[in-house]
Design a protein around this ligand. Structure first.
Ligand SMILES: Cc1ncc(COP(=O)(O)O)c(C=O)c1O
Length: 397
C-alpha cells in the first residue's frame, strides 16, 4: 500500500501564491533572473581562497558555528558597512543567513502576524512580496519614482492605515538599485523616511542586496541604518548576487533593541560555515577588484540591452536606464497584459518578469522587468529582437 502523503500533509501550510506558469519553463534567452554574472566570476581565485581557508581553519568545521555565524566574516561586513554604507554596526549586531532571502524571512518570522499591514514600495521584488503574503501580511504599496519611495505618500498612507485601525507593522523597502525598477532612494528622502519611521515608531527593513552593483553615475547615499539614531532600521544584504547565488550567503543587521525578537527565531537558518570561510578568505583581499570587474561586465550588458531596446522598441514604450544593479523596468502601452503574453514569449524562447508579480493586487500589467546579468551582450541583442517580435505579433507595438 503506498503512503498517502497528501492526507498526511500539514494543514497549516502557507497559501499558494499564483505565478505565471511560463516562469517555470526553460528558454533560450532568460531575462527573468538575477543570477550572478557568470562572465565576471573569478573561479580559480575563489577555489584557491577556499583551499587556503580549509587547510588553515578546516578544523573549525568539526564544531557548530556561532549562532550568528562566522565571526571574521561578520567583522568584515561591519567594516564594509562603515566604509561603503556610512553605517557603524558592531559584528555582534550582524547575523549570517541563507542569502538575503534568509534574512528577510527572519524579519518576517520575527515580526509579522496574519493581517499585519506592511508598507512597501509601489512594486516589490516578488520573492520578498510572496514571503510577506505567505505569512498573511497585507502589503500597502506606496508610490515611487526614480528617487525611490515618495515620503509624503508614505506618511499619508501610514496615517490612513492608522485612522482605519491598522497600525502598520513595518516599512519594507529595497532601497538601492531597486528590484524591479532600478530606483535608488535619494539621501534627502532617506532622511525623511527615517524621520517618518521614528515619528510613527514603525521600523524600516531596508534591503540593500544590490549595494555592490554600482556601474556608473553618482555614488550611493549612506544606508538608512546609519542615518537613524533611534534603533528604527533593520538591514538586509547578501553576497549571493556578487559571488554566486548558489553560495546562499547573506546577512541581516539590527539595532540592539531588536535582538530579543530575532533571537526567538534563532536568527534563522545559518548558512554553511564552509561557504562563510571561503567567501571571507576571498573577499578580504579581493573585494574591490572583483566588484570593479563585475561592474565593468554588467555595464557592457546593460548597454547592450539599452541599445537593442532603442533599436527594436518604438517610443510608445519606455524603460529605465539604471546606473547599477542588473535590471531594466519597462512600461508598455496601457492595456498590455504582460502576464498573459509571457506564455507566448516563452514559446519563442524569451523569458521576462511580468509587472503584476511585483504587486499584491496583481495590477501593473503594462510593465515588465528585464534582467541583463545572465547572458552575453550578443545574446542580449538577439533576445531583445525576439522579444520585440513577440510584442509586435500581439499588436502591442
Ligand atoms: C531585493 C532582493 N532581495 C532578496 C533576493 C534573494 O536573494 P538571495 O539569493 O540572496 O536570497 C533577491 C533576488 O533576486 C532580491 O532581488
Amino acid at each position: 500500500m503506498p503512503y498517502n502523503y497528501q492526507d498526511l500533509a500539514s494543514t497549516t501550510l502557507p497559501p499558494e501564491i499564483e505565478m505565471p506558469p511560463g516562469l517555470r519553463e526553460d528558454a533560450n534567452y532568460v531575462f527573468s533572473v538575477t543570477y550572478t554574472d557568470p562572465d565576471a566570476m573569478a573561479l580559480k581565485e575563489f577555489a584557491e581562497a577556499a583551499a587556503t581557508a580549509i587547510e588553515r581553519d578546516g578544523k573549525d568545521l568539526g564544531t557548530y558555528p556561532p549562532p550568528q555565524g562566522h565571526i571574521a566574516l561578520r567583522e568584515f561586513i561591519s567594516s564594509e558597512l562603515s566604509a561603503k554604507r556610512g553605517s557603524e554596526i558592531s559584528p555582534e549586531n550582524i547575523f549570517l543567513t541563507s542569502g538575503a532571502g534568509g534574512a528577510c524571512q527572519v524579519f518576517v518570522d520575527s515580526f509579522i502576524n496574519p493581517g499585519d499591514v506592511v508598507m512597501m514600495d509601489e512594486f516589490c521584488y516578488h520573492g520578498s512580496l510572496n514571503m510577506f503574503l505567505k505569512k498573511g501580511a497585507r502589503p500597502c504599496h506606496v508610490a515611487m519614482d526614480q528617487d525611490g519611495i515618495i515620503p509624503e505618500k508614505l506618511e499619508a498612507a501610514i496615517k490612513e492605515n492608522i485612522q482605519n485601525g491598522h497600525r502598520p507593522k513595518l516599512i519594507y523597502t529595497i532601497s538601492v538599485y531597486h528590484n524591479p525598477t532600478g530606483a535608488t532612494i535619494s539621501l534627502e528622502r532617506r532622511k525623511k523616511i527615517v524621520e517618518i519611521s521614528n515619528k510613527y515608531e514603525i521600523p524600516i527593513v531596508e534591503n540593500e542586496s544590490y549595494a555592490d552593483f554600482h556601474i556608473d553615475g553618482p555614488e550611493l547615499p549612506p544606508a538608512m541604518i546609519g542615518l537613524d539614531s533611534e534603533g528604527g532600521v533593520m538591514h538586509i544584504s547578501a553576497f549571493t548576487k556578487l559571488m554566486g547565488c548558489g553560495l546562499r550567503l547573506g546577512f541581516g543587521a539590527f539595532p540592539e533593541s531588536a535582538r530579543e525578537s530575532l533571537a526567538k527565531v534563532g536568527f534563522g537558518l545559518a548558512p554553511s560555515h564552509l561557504t562563510s570561510m571561503a567567501v571571507h578568505e576571498y573577499l578580504k583581499d579581493n573585494k574591490s577588484a572583483y566588484v570593479a570587474g563585475v561592474a565593468a561586465s554588467l555595464g557592457r550588458k546593460r548597454d547592450a540591452m539599452l541599445r537593442s531596446l532603442g533599436e527594436y522598441f518604438p517610443p510608445t514604450c519606455t524603460w529605465t536606464e539604471p546606473q547599477g544593479g542588473m535590471m531594466i523596468w519597462m512600461k508598455l502601452p496601457e492595456g498590455t497584459n504582460t502576464w498573459d503574453i509571457l506564455e507566448k514569449s516563452v514559446e519563442k524562447g524569451v523569458k521576462y518578469n511580468p509587472g503584476p508579480i511585483f504587486r499584491a493586487d496583481r495590477s501593473g500589467g503594462n510593465h515588465l522587468r528585464l534582467t541583463f546579468s545572465h547572458h552575453t551582450p550578443e545574446e542580449i541583442e538577439e533576445g531583445i529582437a525576439v522579444l520585440a517580435g513577440v510584442f509586435e505579433g500581439e499588436g502591442v507595438i
